[in-house]
Design a protein around this ligand. Structure first.
Ligand SMILES: Cc1ncc(COP(=O)(O)O)c(C=O)c1O
Length: 374
């Protein structure tokens, strides 16, 4: 294969060149103002992002991990509690549970969507269950209709881990409005990425948001140096908010461009024996954060593509119930067969709005010849 140039997983430089004047002006405006903490861009971005999701409100925080950790705390998660989530996710989902001194309870994922299998949820719920945290992995929403039905039956709130799902939809409603609250990450490579770390919690519940804002700002009350609860410093950085406001204006367009590339990949990868392409469940719109195929001898393909200058990634090589950090969950090999199998078979191909279609054709041709060779 002759790839025109090396293909990265994401190309943030290419994105910057499309919006450079607006980004540069926004950064300069914040620097000139000297309002680096809680500047006006923070409140404006919170309102604009909440509106973009279709939610009533949003609270900006320092990163997606803090969004999860603080949202769980605002739901009252603490020692002795259990939080039901998935193992087929980034470590942060489980880490946030441990940081609240609660116990993660992992359920397996659906083999088609790679997200929480709602048919396994009921059996995971106990008297100690305080919260359910589905993850919209790779931008594909979990089966929120089924998950919310089980949660409602048990009176347990649901927190969406929407870190990878800016703009994903179920039945026309966006991630961020599908549960009781949702957490987003603006890690640079996300569909909406900052120039550093940033995160957001979105919800329609005003009291919950007030608790969250207090926790993220030293437990502060109304008066200066009045601290009502033990909180932390996890505010959204004003410079990041200013950059994110500029980028939000292009997010619908970028998500459309991602989808066009996904269509091109899926067409080019059609009918290759033993290569499973990602797809959308009925009624669902993925945000297509990642284009992740599933195949045997995954590592060999990854090596071959790397040799040609094509970056790929494995999301994730070890399900988190088998990570040493999650020992408290008591997880052991064999507990979650689908998650464990996926970790050996998934491979994410380069995907970003500026990805040249020629690169997609060439990568797909290489996958085809790899499989043809056995
Ligand atoms: C599913 C998921 N949850 C949580 C996070 C944590 O977000 P952050 O990296 O902003 O802390 C990430 C992102 O990296 C993620 O992919």
């Amino acid at each position: 294969m002759k790839v025109i140039t090396a293909v990265p997983m994401v190309d943030l430089g290419a994105q910057y060149r499309r919006i450079k004047p607006a980004v540069d002006a926004a950064i300069a405006r914040v620097v000139e103002s000297g309002q680096f903490i809680k500047g006006e861009d923070c409140a404006l971005f919170e309102a604009e992002f909440a509106a973009w999701c279709g939610a009533a409100g949003a609270v900006g925080v320092a990163n997606g991990t803090d969004a999860l950790t603080l949202a769980m705390k605002a739901f009252g998660v603490g020692p002795e509690d259990e939080v039901v989530t998935v193992s087929n996710t980034f470590i942060a989902t489980g880490e946030a549970i441990l940081l609240n001194a609660a116990r993660p309870v992992f359920v397996d994922v659906d083999p088609d969507t790679f997200t929480m299998d709602p048919t396994l949820l009921e059996a995971a719920i106990t008297e100690q269950t305080k919260l359910i945290v589905p993850v919209h992995l790779y931008g594909h929403p979990a089966d929120m209709t089924a998950i919310m039905a089980v949660a409602k039956r048990h009176g347990i709130p649901v927190l969406e881990d929407a870190a990878q799902a800016h703009g994903a939809e179920v039945g026309g409603r966006r991630a961020g409005t599908l549960g009781d609250a949702a957490c987003f990450s603006f890690y640079p490579g996300k569909n909406l990425g900052a120039y550093g770390d940033a995160g957001m919690v979105v919800s329609n519940d005003g009291d919950f948001m007030a608790r969250l804002r207090q926790l993220a700002n030293h437990g502060s009350g109304k008066a200066k140096y009045e601290h009502l609860v033990a909180g932390t410093n996890s505010r959204l950085d004003t410079l990041q908010a200013a950059v994110l406001r500029v980028k939000l204006a292009s997010l619908d367009e970028w998500n459309r461009e991602r989808r066009e590339r996904v269509t091109a990949y899926s067409r080019a990868l059609a009918d290759i024996p033993s290569v499973e392409r990602p797809s959308e469940a009925p009624g669902v719109t993925s945000a297509w954060h990642l284009y992740t195929i599933r195949l045997p001898r995954r590592d060999a393909l990854q090596e071959r593509l790397a040799g040609l200058g094509v970056a790929t990634a494995v999301h994730y090589p070890r399900p988190i119930h088998l990570q040493p950090a999650m020992a408290l969950s008591g997880g052991k090999p064999g507990d979650l067969p689908v998650s464990e199998r996926l970790s050996g078979e998934v491979l994410s191909l380069p995907l970003y709005p500026e990805l040249p279609f020629e690169a997609i054709e060439e990568i797909a041709a290489e996958v085809r010849s790899f499989r043809a060779a056995g």
